[in-house]
Design a protein around this ligand. Sequence first.
Ligand code: 13P
Length: 258
Amino acid sequence: MRRFLIAGNWKMNTTRQSAVALAGELATAGSNYEAGVEILVCPPYPYLIPVAEKLSGSAVQLGAQDVYFEAPGAFTGEVAVEMLKDCRCRFVILGHSERRHVLGESDEIINRKLRAAISGGLQVVLCVGELLSERQAGQTEEVLDRQMQGGLSGVAEADAANVVIAYEPVWAIGTGVTATPEQAESAHEHLRNWLATRYTPGFSENVLILYGGSVKADNAESLLGQANVDGALVGGASLKSSTFVPIIEAARKLSART
Ligand code: 13P
């Protein structure tokens, strides 16, 4: 049985004060969700430590939004895996569409980061997703295959067990346009089949595949209710407990049902 994972990607938002306040509210709410639903928050780098302190002893896990692949050294502006571990991060998001399309990250860079993160003991949320133009050209599956192949290049099954996939169609991120549950399920099923072929069917059955892109309280249940949707990677709606907790609640209801 796969568990649900509801993750908040705070992106370049919050202040130290609002980040800590939000973490405190989620830590309190999270104490109700131990069974079947995991919660993860990914604040900006400068707020990792105060948020970690606030989450201490709670069920809410901490992740970062990126990492660099080199060991500590002369890499101005970058952050190493062991620094994230030192800040009590368990996860790191890699390959987010904003890093691919705004900051120009290639699959090769993402792969180097992913391998460094896993060998340093972090779990990775690997984001993949097509542009609107690629979907309209019927290239969705080809794009997903390329991003999966590139991101997981040289990663053995034992290491891939530390990877969660997030399907985030670029056209649905921050736009208010959500993939329909059918569109999400079709992409997720494709990703799971890809994992079954690349690794083994047994392995692929256990991989969590999250959906991201304008997830809100009112569409969470229909998306999370799909057979291959194991959680959500939430941007805008993760910035307030009043909009994030109902998404966690939708997962809890569904997990109690199964
Ligand atoms: P929104 O939920 O704001 O569309 O962002 C999704 C996302 O990019 C999460 O990583």
